[in-house]
Design a protein around this ligand. Structure first.
Ligand SMILES: [Fe+2]
Length: 412
């Protein structure tokens, strides 16, 4: 779409971009503008370059180096988004582009991909494969950046914001990739290319771990107050739904398990299976740690965001209600059928059994809700693998923007 050579505007029709993010190797079909202040909040936007079709690569390289901030008209947003999709790797690996600009580019694209995935019709195998492929392509281009500990200096600006499922999912995938890359010894994978594929799969599982929430009623997901028993059980079913929706999308078994078990606690008090430490797959344990870390450091309608330091203090803290929890867990263990299993299977044909099942769900959920209410923010060390959590604190501490040294000293 051709645009005028000049605009007088308050700036709302344009958005700023870093000229360094333009790849001279790649033809673009959007116009680039510069901005002058005129008066009373009005700017003049003058076209510097209509597109890159009629200019040599060398000349474009020269021009890009002389420009500071340049602007794109919002009418050409689609062309620009298409361009960054195809050049994400170039942008994220560019040495002269600031980490914060890289982060905003990545988040912009990731939000788009995750939102599309959450709107996908998963009833067909093609639909779910397409949604996963979209995310996988993006992560493949971004992997060098996502798995680099220095990229967390870009993420720090996203910490403390309002919680929303899409940006939460992105941060979970990002932290999983960074953590796994910094702790390669946890995974016996020899070849570099296999390890890279493993990292990509890990990030995909983080991006999509909560996709099953699309099956949960909105008034349960968005309920501001305490959940009742049934609502709590319904929420728990999102891990099974996530796995089920992605089952035919060619995710690795590690990823599917990470998604299914990302709410299992180390002491067996989690869901859906109540697995204990040795039964929980490593990738699921990692997903659980980063999931809780991001949830605690995000703002909700009913609570302020914790700082990363406070969040990790709680996560590593001793739980004063451990005895209560253990008592509850012993009771729950005697009752082999956990509520979520009962709901998901739904394989009982007699009416009587169904009624009893409902009763069991209510009883079991009531116990779980009570135990969890007591545990909230009082220490969560029973939820995580201690050694793994320590590694997470050490990993986060390596990024300049996350100083956890006090916590490491205290716990040492
Ligand atoms: Fe979840």
């Amino acid at each position: 779409m051709a645009l005028a050579a000049e605009f007088f505007d308050d700036g709302s029709s344009f958005h700023a971009i870093d000229p360094m993010s333009i790849n001279p190797e790649y033809l673009t079909n959007f116009s680039i503008y510069e901005r002058y202040y005129i008066k009373k909040g009005k700017y003049r936007f003058r076209c510097l370059l209509v597109d890159t079709k009629s200019i040599t690569k060398e000349r474009l390289t020269q021009l890009l180096q002389t420009w500071d901030t340049v602007y794109i008209h919002k009418k050409q947003d689609k062309d620009y988004t298409e361009y960054i999709k195809n050049n994400l790797e170039f942008i994220l690996t560019h040495k002269e582009i600031d980490v914060k600009k890289k982060t905003s580019t990545l988040v912009h694209l990731s939000n788009d991909a995750v939102q599309k995935a959450f709107k996908t019709n998963f009833s067909s195998a093609e639909g779910s494969a397409k949604a996963v492929d979209n995310i996988k392509n993006l992560i493949t281009q971004a992997m060098g950046f996502l798995s680099d500990i220095k990229s967390l200096d870009g993420m720090v600006d996203l910490v403390g914001h309002d919680y929303d499922t899409h940006s939460h999912s992105i941060k979970v995938g990002w932290l999983m990739a960074t953590f796994i890359n910094a702790n390669r010894d946890l995974f016996p994978i020899q070849s570099t290319s296999n390890f890279r594929q493993f990292l990509i799969q890990a990030a995909v599982s983080g991006f999509l771990h909560d996709i099953g929430k699309i099956k949960i009623p909105k008034n349960v997901i968005n309920k501001p107050g305490k959940l009742n028993n049934l609502e709590y059980v319904i929420i728990q079913s999102h891990t099974a739904y996530s796995t089920s929706l992605l089952f035919e999308a060619k995710l690795s078994m590690d990823s599917l398990k990470a998604i299914l078990y990302h709410h299992e606690n180390d002491d067996g008090s989690g869901y859906p299976c109540g697995y204990r430490s040795e039964q929980i797959p490593m990738m699921a344990k990692i997903c659980h740690i980063v999931d809780v870390f991001d949830a605690l450091t995000s703002k909700r309608a009913y609570k302020e965001a914790k700082t990363p330091y406070q969040a990790l203090t709680i996560m590593a803290g001793k739980n004063p209600y451990l005895d209560t929890l253990q008592k509850f867990e012993n009771e729950a263990r005697k009752n082999k059928r956990t509520p979520v299993t009962a709901i998901v299977r739904d394989d009982y044909d007699s009416k009587l059994k169904r009624l009893r099942e409902k009763e069991m769900i209510e009883e079991e959920a009531q116990k779980r809700v009570e135990a969890r209410m007591k545990l909230r923010d009082k220490g969560m060390s029973h939820c995580f693998d201690r050694q793994l959590l320590k590694r997470f604190i050490i990993t986060i501490n390596k990024a300049d923007s996350f100083d956890m040294s006090g916590l490491l000293k205290r716990k040492a």
